[in-house]
Write a protein that binds this ligand. Sequence first.
Ligand code: NAD
Length: 448
Amino acid sequence: MHQIVDQQKAWFEEGHTRSYAFRKEQLERMKKMLNTFEKPIIDALRFDLNKSEYEAYASEIAFLKSEISHHLKELKTWMKPHKVKAPLTHIGSKNYIYKEPYGTVLVIAPWNYPIQLALAPVIGAIAAGNTVIIKPSELTPTVSWVIKKMIEQYFSPEYIAVVEGDKEVTQELLDSPLDYIFFTGSVPVGKIIMEKASRRLIPVTLELGGKSPTIVHKDANIDLAAKRIVWGKFTNSGQTCIAPDYLFVHHEVKAELIQAMKKYIHEFHGEQPLKSSDYVKIVNGQHFDRISQYLEEGTVLTGGRVDEERQKIEPTILDQVKWADQVMQDEIFGPVLPVLTFDTLDEVIEQVNARPKPLALYYFGEDEKDQEKIIGSIGFGGGCINDTLYHILNPHLPFGGVGESGIGNYHGQSSFDTFTHDKSITKQSTKFDQNFRYPGSELGLKII
Ligand code: NAD
């Protein structure tokens, strides 16, 4: 592993990754790779997570292709040194921000969108002119294997390499002289990564998780809110970092919302979701047991059944939960949606702000003042008004958390910026000199 890092660093120093032409070619190559490997990717996602072909394509492959297209369209502009203004003290000089790649980047990926989350950061890293080592999740081993095979076929290891394995492997990689670490995963592991990185002062981006609230006020379009919440929560069986974690609904519209949500659960996932061939399974037995235990808390309003053999849990709405319950303490990361009620928005704001800043927040309601109040009073990574998940699909919006939900962001230009050091350069004039800065000199300019 250390050899791979050393090889990549040496290759980077030789300057291969610097030119626009090289970077463009690599992005195009990655697009070609995704086209060639489309079937193995879809098959692997089916095998490891039971993702349907539609979900595999829409949430993983299409997402990456669109991110590559956006990078290809804008890269030349992003790469150019950016001219900036200067104060009077700098008269005669020209001032620029040069865009410098860091060097060798390590991308550590989780299992829930195992292709997208391993490769989306790579797009930014190679656009910015870095070399990359990818460490896919060991919990989706078939996908990990496909990532390794396709990268090996399309890229040389001194440029992009894949290292498979678990936390021991990652820990060993973290002991290398990397130039940047991009981690996507849980909060506890994020802390370990940052601690390790701090020993060598390696800059990090941490894309973490948390409990993302979804708030439904009484002036919301209830039917549409129900539809969009059910879609956002139960896509990938709730194993989405920005999925609505829990619901806060105004008590006057609770019954109507729950009824509409039940309707959409049945519409999207059938009367018997456990029997649906396209319903995503829980990644492993450990997570299955953890999520199943939540079903013993509160009262099940709909769902609640499990299939242990196939590791599937029905889309479930839980009522009568308390903050002290485990389901309200942990990030759920599964198809269970607990419901709390409220009278006033101030109550909601107080309760959300009493906890770590979430990765996402969703607010449903028509009143613009209330919308602004929520946006302005609660700290969270990003989110939607009157929708769920959609903010992540806009390449012009940076994606990332804040506080415990993460450090830094990416997607679109933010990806390029994340993997780029802004190198400040003053190009000074030699036609004259500013005497005032020299000890004992008179004020004024001296013509040379
Ligand atoms: P995880 O933190 O367990 O694992 C992530 C990666 O870290 C894996 O590659 C794993 O091998 C490695 N790892 C695990 N333990 C380690 C250790 N002790 N030392 C070094 N490396 C270690 O996360 P996960 O279970 O794969 O993913 C689920 C979590 O990721 C959830 O919390 C979710 O919210 C979060 N997530 C965040 C985003 C985001 O974009 N913010 C996206 C997806 C998932």
